[in-house]
Design a protein around this ligand. Structure first.
Ligand SMILES: [Cu+2]
Length: 137
């Protein structure tokens, strides 16, 4: 986190995006490792339960969401990671809750989905074809 990675800035946008993705994965897995570690200690059940929800990653590419269909449990966090060269957004056009990542070129956007139902996620600049569905059970 504190360590600057100046050499990565000189790489192509695609590689930089990959680096961002890799960094995010490192953060995610260290958090997961922490949770696992906590799970080995008896008596920390409440805290572990609170951290038990998982994260599912959706890649935002030119011009599609991958995967385009998700079926997840309530409480799962969906993380969209931008990988393309065009700006995209991830907006819940239909569903129990509404949200919008805003137009982005890189980086990521996370949303914890706590309400059951069917969500239609669209990218506004690339409608009608750039969309995905998420079913929260
Ligand atoms: Cu798009």
């Amino acid at each position: 986190m504190m360590r600057p990675m100046p050499s990565l800035r000189n790489l192509s946008a695609g590689l930089a995006t990959l680096a961002v993705g890799a960094a995010a994965v490192v953060v995610g897995s260290s958090a997961a490792a922490h949770d696992q570690h906590a799970g080995h200690h008896q008596g920390s059940g409440k805290a572990v339960t609170a951290h038990a929800s998982r994260t599912v990653t959706v890649q935002v590419v030119d011009h599609a969401f991958k995967p385009s269909k998700l079926s997840i449990k309530r409480g799962t966090t969906v993380k969209w990671v931008w990988k393309g060269r065009s700006k995209h957004n991830a907006r819940a056009a239909k569903g129990p809750t509404k949200f919008d990542s805003g137009l982005k070129l890189k980086g990521s956007y996370k949303r914890k989905l706590t309400k059951k139902g069917s969500y239609l996620i669209v990218c506004d600049p690339h409608l009608p074809h750039m969309k995905m569905t998420i079913r929260v059970k």
